[in-house]
Design a binder for this molecule. Structure first.
Ligand code: F6P
Ligand code: MG
Length: 455
């Protein structure tokens, strides 16, 4: 059951697929090799050095395959939980295909699985993360925005005294809109959008009641935040709030924003449980692994990442981190990592290829998919017209019995764009004419919702 539109492929020179497969991926691999060599230089035990150099050799072979547009092969049985899933998909669709004529989504994901294999075949380095240094860096470089948020949100949310129930709901709605945007723009590439937003917009929100929010809201080309609010506010009616799932994207600063949002949803009584879904191994450079999750919470509480901040700021970050760790201890927050998230399958196949995961998600009141890659997977990464309704574009994730409400929060960083409404094709055509690179800049975004289908 596939969509009627063609999936993007590396040889499509008009698409970002071409530059990614031809230039970006080899560059990412070169940087990864440099990272490993940096580690090699810190070692003294010969057995560890030789073993790690074996990983480098395999990475170099992979890079040569990528640059020479080699044919895809089966994943070796390295003991990972996903070998069968991968090889089943390769056997079905990709035998004999090369990096450029396989679908972009699959070929790109395959590169990260092969990178994983470079390490799992070693004796001592199976869990080495070539991107870990980079990931930590994005968080420590976002000082302003990190403390802007920690200082503002460290105190539990409280309503002003003596306001009516109606006024309370209005205030909650305004907060919801703001925090949804914080969570959304946390996904922007260079983080500058968010930094601008927190400094200018939050101040402006407090004084002018939301004009600045309206400014950044203009760049959300398909925006279902209002429908999302209608869904979320009803969860309060449940005993202690509903269950909300986050299919996470990037570590560091984006994860921090996701947690601020999740914390808000818990405190306001919209969610009694939040499940965070991360990756089992390093994925698309910056995606969250268990180690990144622990690193964030622990460095907030114990770390000394920000030498130049005030005592009050440091304390705010620490208290926030302590509250989040307590959520984890008492089961309000749960971190999970299903093998399916690190495969080349789109989510059109989730219900058939990972029925256990589909069933698990179908019990959720809302599943929020963060970021560009998750959006590509939801929409089959194909050339659907921009006016295509989101619930059509995501196929079985909207139409299969038991499909939960699904929200995609994504800054636009690749070709597929859907859910822009009736005039969507015109909007996209104009942007194509007027703004070169609008689909990869991260300046624009979508917040799209599908209501799901009861099982
Ligand atoms: O390499 C291309 C890509 O898959 C794009 O989708 C995007 O630029 C990036 O990688 C991943 O972005 P995100 O972290 O938002 O999923
Ligand atoms: Mg990512």
């Amino acid at each position: 059951n596939n969509p009627p539109w063609p999936a993007f492929r590396g040889y499509h020179t008009y698409s970002f697929a071409n530059a990614t497969m031809g230039v970006r991926l080899p560059t990412i691999l070169s940087k990864a090799i440099q990272d490993v060599l940096m580690t090699v230089n810190t070692l003294s035990a010969e057995s560890l050095i030789i073993d790690l150099l074996g990983c480098v050799k395999r990475m170099e072979e992979l890079k040569a395959e990528l640059e020479g547009n080699g044919v895809l092969r089966y994943i070796k049985d390295d003991g990972e939980a996903d070998v069968a899933l991968w090889n089943k998909e390769i056997a079905k669709y990709f035998l004999g295909k090369d990096f450029m004529n396989a679908t972009w989504l699959f070929a790109e994901a395959y590169k990260y699985r092969r990178l994983r294999e470079c390490f799992t075949l070693s004796q001592h380095w199976a869990d080495y993360d070539v991107f870990f240094r980079q990931k930590c860096d994005t968080f420590s470089r976002s000082t302003d925005a990190v403390f802007e948020l920690s200082c503002r949100f460290v105190e539990p949310f409280m309503h002003a005294a003596h306001i009516s129930e109606g006024e309370k709901l209005d205030a909650e709605k305004l907060m919801f809109h703001e925090l949804t945007q914080i969570c959304l723009w946390g996904n922007s590439t260079d983080l500058s959008l968010l930094i601008n937003m927190t400094e200018e917009q939050i101040k402006s929100l407090q004084s002018t009641g939301g004009e600045a929010l309206a400014q950044t809201e203009k760049n959300i080309l398909g925006n279902h935040t209002e429908q999302l609010w209608d869904l979320v506010k009803k969860l309060k009616g449940k005993t202690r709030g509903g269950r909300i799932d986050f299919i996470l994207d990037n570590a560091g600063f984006e994860l921090y924003c996701d947690c601020v949002y999740a914390d808000f949803l818990v405190q306001m009584g919209f969610a009694s449980q939040v499940r965070f879904h991360g990756k089992r191994y390093p994925w698309f450079v910056s995606d969250v692994t268990k180690k990144d999750w622990e690193w964030l919470l622990n460095s907030m509480v114990y770390g000394r990442l920000f030498p130049d901040v005030t005592e009050i700021e440091r304390e705010s970050l620490k208290s926030l981190g302590e509250r989040w760790k307590e959520y984890e201890r008492n089961g309000t927050w749960i971190y999970e990592q299903h093998p399916y998230w690190c495969t080349g399958y789109t989510f059109w196949d989730l219900h058939s290829e990972a029925p256990d995961l589909f069933l698990h998600l179908s019990k959720s009141d809302l599943v929020i998919f963060k970021g560009d890659l998750n959006h590509r997977k939801l929409t089959y990464d194909c050339a659907a017209p921009a006016s295509t309704p989101f619930s059509v574009a995501i196929g079985s994730m909207a139409s299969a019995p038991g499909a939960p409400p699904v929200c995609s929060m994504r800054t636009i960083k690749s070709d597929v764009v859907v859910g822009l409404g009736k005039n969507g094709d015109e909007i996209a055509a104009n942007l194509n004419k007027e703004e070169d690179g609008w689909k990869i800049s991260g300046k624009y975004a979508v917040v799209l919702l599908s209501g799901g289908r009861p099982g």
